[in-house]
Design a protein. Sequence first.
Length: 551
Amino acid sequence: MEHKRWYKDMVFYQIWPRSFKDGNGDGMGDLWGVLEKLDYIKSLGCDGIWFSPVYPSPGADCGYDIADYKDIAPEFGGMEAFKKVLDGVHERGMKLIMDLVVNHTSDEHEWFEKSRRKIEPYTDYYIWRPKKPNGKLPNNWDSNFEGKAWTLDKVRGEYYLHLFAVKQPDLNMDNPLVRQEVKDILKFWLDMGVDGFREDVITYISKKEGLPNDRVFPIYKGMWHYNHGPHIHEYLAEFKRDVLDNYDCFTLAEAPLISPKRALEYIDEKNGQIDMMIQFESQTADCLFTDYLPTKFSLRRMKKAFSKWQYRLAGKAWNMLYLENHDHPRIISRYGSEKFHDESGKTLAVAYLFQKGTPFIYQGQEIGMTNWRPESPDMYEDVQTVYYYTHSNLKQPPEKRLKKLWRSSRDSARTPMQWSSDKNAGFTSGEPWFYVNDNYKEINVALQENDENSLLNFYRRAIKLRKSLNAVRYGTYKEYFRHSNRLYVYSRESDAQRLLIVCSFSDKPEKLMLPKGFDIFKAKLILKTHQNTDEKLLQPYESRVYLWEKQ
Ligand code: GLC
Ligand code: CA
């Protein structure tokens, strides 16, 4: 049986700070804005917040390029505002986790400034390689964002490795001093009272000795040599043993391209080093590995991913459940239907909120924000998108390339939160740092607050139910009709309760299929997406949750 831990009973809300709420009118979201909205987050039934990075940063990757790990960016309100938010969170009985980004720093971090000048002890804080006489790069690895993984630093006259943007040099985790820095950072925030960390691409931090060339095939060359590298478990165990174990905190690791089998090496409750994992499999029901290789949405693939993680972790480790975050386009635009906006938004909510694990909601998901579709490619901000647009498929017509970004770009989900029908969607009284989605007058919090049947209020009801039902938090999971490409049906069962969750992903009426032994005439219908329910038919994107109380 799994351990009882507080985070297992919670629902988390992810804040991507720049676009959440501007409190001081300069057009950029900040912690003053967050402070204003803590009651809103609590009202959803969320008990925890994950902050995407709020540290000082030049912003080459919207804060994932950190220039100082032990401070808060002045534009977000500095340490003073942060402490107010932290107190406000704790006063409301909620928890707060920070983003720990230690695969790389910003090239404007003091460590890098010193390392490129070979000032001790920083000389080996990063991964440096000399220039070769033949002008070749140190190896064939690709970066995830901007071409090759090596850039020549003029100051030091050597190449440094960056698995992401040019302005994100990778730290040399094999250096014990660097690991000590990481532990100091963890300790710094935990001592201040934060409750845990989401660890950014943490499975990348240990690179294979000698940094060998990679095979020709993988999407990003090098991946075989740095994802789950040779010392990964040893380093994570060190962080846990030396710091994390001394606090009542939890960790959530981001792990691109991971299988449940591999995940268990990290999160098995018996001997893992991490508590939960962000897997990417459930994000690939409409693409191959990445949003940049889109395919048609397949419900079967979505179900397969969901069930695989439910079954494989059962009794051994705890799932992290999510549909959206700041790295993927909006889910209604992908797995749902903009035409059946509310219905498909609700069905998606039911599809994941009743699974076993800790659900995360990304800002705006609860009102069904949809993909942003700018009319011009130069409106994009995201470093990955900009590089892709300027370097890929250049022979295709510009409209086609632009449309591709609508589906693939992370910016599709990074527009300001739509609070109301007021100017700038109520996000700022100033000039917003980024474009507001044109549909803010139809999709916003204020409108949905006033409508009992809105998606927002549906989320509230679903979360409340989830929390009141032991079977949802701790019961077993079972999927039915897995070949159906229209319905997702699963049950959850504990000693006292049995639940059946039925979700239609079809835009037409569908026959209500019930697994054997589930007599709905003896059940209570405890959640439904549509007002009127038929015994035999499901309306487009209709979902239901039935409950049987055992005697
Ligand atoms: C993670 C983050 C993403 C960031 C990247 C590099 O994938 O979620 O936003 O760009 O790591 O830090
Ligand atoms: Ca601001």
